[in-house]
Ligand binder design. Sequence first.
Ligand code: SF4
Length: 275
Amino acid sequence: MSGAAGNPRITAAERRARAKAAPGLAPETLARLARQHPTAQCELVHRSPFELIVSVVLSAQTTDVGVNKATPKLFARYPDARTLAAADPVDLEPYVATLGFFRAKARSIVGLARGLMERHGGEVPQTLPELVKLPGVGRKTANVVLGVLWNKPEGVVVDTHVLRLAQRLGWSKRTDPDKVEIDLCAILPREEWDHTGHVLIFHGRRCCYARKPACESCSVTDVCPAAFDAEHVGRKASVAKPGSAPRRKSARAANAKKKPVRGRTSAKALPRGRA
Ligand code: SF4
């Protein structure tokens, strides 16, 4: 591993320089991450376009692993748009009960199947405008389907991992997924748009974790502006539960602020994450 790996003391000036260079280096950085994750691909198990689009709709707010556990029985009972379109959403609920928002998702995939039957003869259409008109299908779902099935997405899929990684790698400063997608499309070649989502999602799941990113195992520490300091970059602020009391500082933290200890390097002077 090169560059900053093994030398996490990166100065603020170096981080600023990296952030400035990051968009221009994005294709090369992506290629290096792709070499780190040579098997990066869609992790939703599917045997047909119908199974993929249903799986993507079910994957909202839940893990691909959870969806993959639920779908074999679902697709054994409802193997195509015709059988699913004829179902009562209530009858589907036991098949998707392990997934979050399962009642809404049961309704959603039946609506999707009915849309496929009514407008496309049960087949999954191959254009973004047609896909996003289907019930339950948004731009993100449509681009996953277009990319995985036909390698012709109209953009980069921006999920929670891609959003976080785009900010850490210095590819976007924005937090709105639609705007981050615009930034990514501007700095990455079109033929990489589909691959980008898979590589960043793999990296987010296996190395650049939201909490405690494993920078020491990362292949791009020498160019990443957030290397060894990424814990708080690209993560949503924690939201206090309604009615809960505001968090109080621990006595130790409060005292540490009041009484600087002479002769010791202050925590502030050390790189964040190493203090
Ligand atoms: S924050 Fe760390 S793990 Fe994430 S991309 Fe940068 S160097 Fe790699």
